[in-house]
Design a protein around this ligand. Structure first.
Ligand SMILES: NC(=O)c1ccc[n+]([C@@H]2O[C@H](COP(=O)([O-])OP(=O)(O)OC[C@H]3O[C@@H](n4cnc5c(N)ncnc54)[C@H](OP(=O)(O)O)[C@@H]3O)[C@@H](O)[C@H]2O)c1
Length: 245
């Protein structure tokens, strides 16, 4: 019987203060999980946790490998286990090839690639003892198909998809599933810089005729971390209304 219940599960969502992370924390909590969410600012993380019905909100910068490891270990210790980790924290800044600054490369790769890697590594360590767990990372259609003006971001998200595929191969025998979601254009702070014309153009190219919502992505993540997806690992699931078709 499939019911999507996450009753009794302990979940961690990075970058849970807004957008897709906040919607995911809410969706997992509504499905019965005990949820810990993080953001760089502790007060904002606590506020978001209260809004999402999460157990707690903690400060974490995912670029800091030691901090990620310590936080993940702490969550697993406090709750006796860690079943679900969603490595959602990420940034996006556009720049045409000729305008790419070294600082943009550093911040994008350290947040999106190294940050995801730190989180998956720490999650795997925490889950290994119980030989069970589900991890989801946030890729992007841009990482699969490229995008003019987004070379750095696209490269980072291609790396994220391959973190999922490689970790899935490595961790499957330990009972740990790792998947990625690849959202299209989702209406969050990250895409708030898009002009109305750019939004209309994207909607025009999307068979389902609208932008995505954070809940569209959160619902897919909730499925991927549930037992309903127990034979799914190493996949990159597009959530884009058909935009890339
Ligand atoms: N929106 C889209 O169209 C779209 C499409 C494809 C993929 N994605 C991916 O989906 C994920 C979430 O996107 P979103 O649209 O929800 O973005 P958002 O609204 O800008 O939220 C980003 C989240 O990441 C956190 N964050 C950023 N840098 C961090 C760091 N160094 N350490 C810890 N947390 C950090 C932010 O927390 P604080 O600022 O509070 O610290 C915030 O909670 C990202 O990985 C993004 O690349 C989004």
């Amino acid at each position: 019987m499939l019911d999507g219940s996450l009753e009794g599960r302990v979940a961690l969502v990075t970058g849970g203060t807004r957008g897709i992370g906040l919607a995911t924390a809410r969706a997992l909590a509504e499905a019965g999980a005990t949820v810990v969410l993080t953001g760089r600012d502790e007060a904002k993380a606590k506020e978001a946790a209260a809004a999402a019905g999460a157990d707690s909100g903690l400060a974490l910068d995912v670029t800091d490998a030691k901090a990620v490891s310590t936080l993940v270990r702490g969550v697993a210790k406090e709750h006796g286990k860690l079943d679900i980790v969603v490595a959602n924290a990420g940034i996006m800044e556009d720049a045409l090839l000729g305008m790419i600054r070294e600082e943009l490369v550093d911040t994008t790769l350290s947040t999106n690639v190294a940050g995801t890697l730190h989180t998956v590594q720490a999650a795997a360590r925490a889950m290994m003892r119980k030989k069970t767990g589900a991890i989801v990372v946030l890729a992007s259609i841009v990482g699969e198909h490229g995008s003019a003006g987004q070379t750095v971001y696209a490269a980072s998200k291609a790396a994220v998809a391959n973190i999922a595929r490689s970790a899935a191969k490595e961790l499957g025998r330990s009972g740990i599933r790792v998947n990625a979601v690849a959202p299209g254009v989702i209406d969050t702070d990250l895409t708030s810089g898009l002009t109305e014309d750019a939004k209309a153009e994207n909607i025009g190219k999307t068979p389902l005729g609208r932008l995505g919502t954070p809940e569209d992505v959160a619902n897919a993540i909730r499925f991927l971390v549930s037992d309903d997806a127990s034979f799914i690992t190493g996949q990159v699931l597009g959530i884009d209304g058909g935009l890339v078709l």
